[in-house]
Design a protein around this ligand. Structure first.
Ligand code: ADP
Length: 186
């Protein structure tokens, strides 16, 4: 199973994607996590990425495309994977499609979108900010991340709808409720 997990910041992707990975026994590949890891380890790529992340804007496409290309070729990802936070732009989606075909890998099976109304997002993210203390979880940066999502990432829903692999899940409700909706959609 090769799938991408989409949804706005604060939709609860992290929690639900972990569940999907366990169900399918596939690794979860989160570009946000890979980037935060690069920042923590002071890798040059991380230093470059941090400026964008701290502002809530997107890291340049070529950086994340390179990360994903390396990662999906690792042993544990050969039979499938869940991509979380990638692709985030139409350019990234095109690059992914091209890279899978060039690597002779199977195309994506599914694009799962966790839909949450905008008014719930800021609230959820501010609560998370207090718990986790992520440096990009301030109110101003949160608003920029949501704006960036609306401009750059929302168009991907149509992209995958046209490809015929989009599944939409309503992400409102409790963790358990959303989890059972995700399960039904699989
Ligand atoms: P969120 O919880 O807001 O969805 P992520 O953990 O997925 O955030 O990503 C955090 C930050 O990392 C983003 O705001 C962005 O700066 C950067 N980032 C992550 N994935 C990508 C990507 N595919 N393209 C560009 N930037 C990315």
């Amino acid at each position: 199973m090769r799938l991408i997990f989409m949804g706005p910041p604060g939709a609860g992707k992290g929690t639900q994607s972990a569940f999907v990975c366990t169900e399918y026994q596939i690794p979860g590949i989160s570009t946000g996590e890979m980037l935060r890891d690069a920042v923590a380890k002071n890798i040059p790529l991380g230093l470059k990425a941090k400026e964008y992340m701290d502002q809530g804007t997107l890291v340049p496409d070529e950086v994340v495309i390179g990360l994903v290309k390396d990662r999906i070729q690792q042993e544990d990802a050969l039979k499938g994977y869940l991509l979380d936070g990638f692709p985030r732009t139409v350019e990234q989606a095109d690059a992914l499609k091209k890279m899978l075909s060039e690597l002779n890998e199977a195309p994506l099976d599914m694009a799962l979108n966790l839909a949450v109304p905008p008014e719930l997002l800021v609230e959820r993210l501010l609560i998370r900010a207090q718990k986790e203390g992520r440096s990009d979880d301030t109110e101003e940066v949160i608003r920029t991340r949501i704006e960036t999502y609306n401009q750059k990432t929302l168009p991907l829903l149509d992209y995958y709808r046209k490809e015929g692999i989009l599944r939409e899940v309503n992400g409102t409700g409790s963790l358990e409720e959303v989890q059972s909706k995700v399960k039904e959609s699989l």
